[in-house]
Design a protein around this ligand. Structure first.
Ligand code: FAD
Length: 480
């Protein structure tokens, strides 16, 4: 095998399709069916400077501002320059984006963007439409071997390189795979937190595998909380209501029915303002009023609310923040290379430094395609794997216990402090321990990381990321 890709969300599918275009043979390993990827659920769209009056420089300025002086400018530049080209590639692959009456791409506005630049499909069904096309293309390609349902349970390291992985079936049968390069595209870890917008499988399996194999992780303290996740009893609790509805005029109301925040400010600001309301009033939710919004533009939101007996043309909707997006991940260069040769990471499992301390809305799907492609091209150039190698299966990735999810929500939620974070140091989950250590090390407040005991931003940490190597002790380094 030339390239093994772990994960079949937007990043993994796109990396696999890029690699086969280069002539590679690809094994695509996925633990779950498509509907259980965050990519499938993505609503708003892809950020790309495509409007006449927009430019990559403007997109770059918005991304840097949202990242709260912690983003890696070189990564932001790559994203903003290359995202328009990837949107055009997706169109060539058969994705049909929403158009205006003149047949031009209909561009949405989301929080933190100074321009309309969000490309979307099927209203708020963007992820579903894209993953449908990409997975069909991957399934039909004769150089892609789809191994699903199979979970990567260990990476194989030989001579200081990652040379493949072990993929286990649901029954536990191991399938060792050797490859010149392994690309992790396993998504984020927001489902490690009790209240989340993510599918249950988003528990950072790729981060755990990479760490166990000796690759460095970065910025684990930066978990983005989405401001407007539905607050209801039952399984629909946490259902995300895209900020694109706020771009179309939806407003947030306090208990007196008054607005209290600029609804289009970056996410960290809006989430904290909502949380402050909840803390003050001791209530479970504030209200999102989208009665003035054309709901026909968001058919999947209307359908999900309809199942709950809610009509957004008539009812105001209870919302509260929920863990949503992992800004940290496997520390990578601009071609997705991790610190372990032969191992790459893309999409939400990677940390290129692009998002800094606060991701700008709709930059993550763009990231999947921009960096998924770059990693696939680099991976195809790696040397052949050895004829045989022994995997180390001593470390398995297990689903998190309910206690871990509760502890992360309580101690590493929207506001943290040292005493609570120290509790995480004895958690059963190795990832929870690393998250706690990273949160403790960053003695400041910045973007998604708000320390009650260190409420100021420390200018000495501008442009610095938190690196965790195999020893598990965080240290700060400057992005280059
Ligand atoms: C509700 C919601 C709405 C969103 N809306 C937007 C939006 O509008 N715009 C935007 O830019 N971003 C949005 N995001 C974020 C964005 O969707 C994600 O960041 C992005 O889709 C992540 O893609 P991915 O390919 O990295 O991971 P995922 O799509 O999560 O895919 C991960 C894959 O890895 C597999 N996997 C995991 N562990 C293993 C293992 N051990 N072995 C084998 N396979 C494994 C999973 O089965 C899955 O196939 C949204 C997220 C959510 C949850």
């Amino acid at each position: 095998m030339d390239v093994a890709v772990v994960g079949a969300g937007a990043a993994g599918l796109y990396a696999a399709l890029t690699a086969v275009e280069e002539g590679a043979r690809v094994a695509l390993v996925s633990r779950s069916p498509l509907a259980q990827t965050a990519s499938y659920w993505a609503q708003g769209g892809i950020a790309a400077a495509l409007a006449q009056d927009d430019a990559p420089e403007l997109h770059l300025a918005d991304t840097i501002a949202a990242g709260r002086d912690a983003a890696r400018e070189s990564a932001v530049r790559v994203l903003c320059d290359e995202s328009p080209g990837r949107v055009r590639d997706l169109e060539r692959l058969g994705v049909s984006f929403d158009a205006d009456r003149q047949g031009n791409l209909a561009l949405g506005l989301e929080g933190g963007h100074s321009q309309r630049r969000i490309v979307h499909a099927g209203g708020a069904a963007t992820g579903r439409r894209i993953t449908r096309e990409l997975s069909a293309a991957a399934a039909q390609h004769d150089r892609v071997e789809v191994l699903e349902p199979r979970a990567a349970t260990a990476l194989t390291v030989a001579g200081g390189r990652c040379v493949g992985l072990v993929a286990r079936s649901r029954k536990g049968d191991p399938l060792p795979l050797l490859a010149r390069a392994t690309i992790l595209a396993t998504g984020g870890m927001a489902a490690l937190w009790q209240r989340t917008t993510n599918p249950r499988g988003a528990v950072g399996a790729g981060l755990a595998l990479a760490h166990a194999a000796g690759a460095a992780l970065a910025d684990l303290e930066f978990m983005q909380f989405h401001p407007t996740a539905l607050r209801v009893e039952g399984p629909q609790d946490g259902f995300l209501i895209t900020e694109a509805v706020r771009g179309e005029g939806a407003v947030l109301l306090d208990e007196r029915g008054e607005r209290f925040v600029d609804e289009l400010a970056p996410r960290d600001e809006v989430a904290l303002a909502i949380q402050a309301q909840l803390d003050q009033g001791g209530r479970p939710a504030v209200m999102l009023d989208m009665r003035s919004v054309d709901i026909g533009r968001f058919p999947n939101i209307a359908a999900a609310l309809g199942d709950l007996g809610l009509d957004p043309r008539r009812d105001v909707l209870p919302v509260a923040p929920a863990a949503h997006y992992t800004m940290g991940g496997v520390a990578c260069d601009l071609d997705g290379r991790s610190s372990l040769p032969g191992l790459y990471a893309v999409g939400e499992s990677a940390c290129t430094g692009l998002h800094g301390a606060n991701r700008l809305a709709s930059n993550s799907l763009a990231e999947c395609f921009v960096f998924g492609r770059r990693a696939a091209l680099a991976a195809c150039e790696d040397p052949e794997p050895p004829a045989a190698a022994e995997p180390d299966e001593s470390i398995h990735t297990r689903p998190p216990a309910d206690e871990t999810r509760a502890a992360l929500w309580r101690h590493a939620g929207l506001r943290r402090e040292a005493a609570g974070l120290r509790v995480l140091s004895s958690d059963a989950s190795p990832l929870a321990r690393l998250i706690g250590a990273s949160c403790l090390a960053r003695e400041e407040s910045r973007g998604a990381h708000q320390r009650s005991d260190h409420p100021q931003t420390d200018p000495a940490l501008d442009g610095m990321h938190t690196l965790v190597d195999s020893a598990g002790t965080p240290r700060f380094e400057r992005w280059t």
